[in-house]
Design a protein around this ligand. Structure first.
Ligand code: DGY
Length: 314
């Protein structure tokens, strides 16, 4: 009989169904102690774990596991897992790409529109009963999306999905990535992209090379009326540098779904900035997508335990 640890309940019935598919003792995190402590104590004889991006799986946790064969993360990102160390112990690491690409691209596009057309600001004005003036030609003017230049940094699945949406909005699109991709838009160098884009969207994975990729010097190359948008991982932007740049009006605004530290510290200066739209890591947060992610994460785990290839292996 296998032992499987699951740190969070997931949408859909996939975990329940698992019980019919494998002879396993399935243990859920019971919320009684610190989740890390619970993992350390219970992972000793576990065969598989199903975790989320909140659960950091490092050497200490892996060293506590004597039988572990699979770490299935309910996320596309795997920067919370020491993948190399897991691999050195022959533990498979699996993730849930593809099923969340469109939902994430929708959200990224949504926050870009929200910041440039001041949608959130407008909503707050009405809800706070501050809509005092009549319709006025100069009232709350924003920045157009259509016809503007969108610079996409990174051209993986999410970059491509953003590109598709941008084409529908008649945007001029350019991209920068470490390697040239087979897409029908201009591949440019990073400086060119930063200097010429009205909107810069980060569509990179977080890894050692992309940590703090977007720093003050790079933001300084952007146009003063440009916006910076990020919905992949917060640590790709040096948040302190971004705050400095926004304070100095080096760029016009930003829209962020991800942060260096989540949840965001209530004292974070970004919160008070009117030209910044913030959402709490909602990229994949639709019932449809989160259910598909559960299906993939469960299948990945079961496949590894039954000796088959998982759907997605990191
Ligand atoms: C992921 O899966 O890595 C996403 O950040 C969740 O939305």
């Amino acid at each position: 009989m296998y032992k499987i640890l699951i740190t969070h309940e997931l949408p859909g019935n996939y975990i329940n169904d698992m019980k019919n598919k494998i002879d396993a003792d399935i243990l859920f995190y019971d919320g009684r102690k610190n989740i890390r402590q619970w993992l350390i104590e219970n992972i000793k004889d576990a065969d598989g774990i199903l975790i989320t991006l909140n659960d950091r799986i490092d050497e200490e946790i892996i060293d506590n596991a004597s039988k572990l064969r699979v770490i299935s993360t309910y996320s596309v990102g795997y920067d919370h897992i020491d993948v190399n160390y897991a691999k050195s112990k022959s533990i498979a690491v699996t993730n849930t790409p593809e099923v969340l690409t469109d939902a994430t691209a929708d959200l990224i596009f949504g926050i870009m529109m929200a910041v440039s057309r001041r949608i959130v600001e407008g909503n707050e004005i009405i809800k706070n009963n501050q809509w005092a003036s009549e319709w006025n030609p100069y009232y709350m003017l924003g920045t157009e999306i259509h016809g503007k230049t969108l610079g996409i940094i990174g051209m993986g699945r999410i970059g491509r999905a953003i590109l598709k949406r941008a084409e529908g909005f008649d945007m001029e699109t350019i991209y920068y990535s470490k390697h040239k991709h087979d897409v029908n838009i201009n591949y440019v160098d990073l400086n060119y992209l930063l200097k010429n884009s009205d909107f810069v969207i980060i569509a990179l994975d977080l890894n050692n090379e992309t940590y703090h990729f977007m720093d003050y010097d790079k933001i300084k190359l952007m146009k003063s009326d440009a916006y910076l948008i990020n919905g992949t991982r917060g640590k790709i932007i040096n948040e302190r540098d971004l705050i400095k740049a926004l304070n100095e009006k080096i760029i016009k605004g930003a829209a962020l779904d991800v942060f260096e530290n989540e949840p965001l510290d209530p004292d974070n200066p970004l919160i008070k900035m009117k030209n910044v739209v913030l959402t709490p890591h909602l990229g994949s947060a639709t019932l449809e997508t989160r259910s598909k992610m559960a299906e993939v994460a469960v299948k990945n785990l079961l496949n590894v335990l039954s000796g088959e290839e998982p759907l997605y292996k990191v």
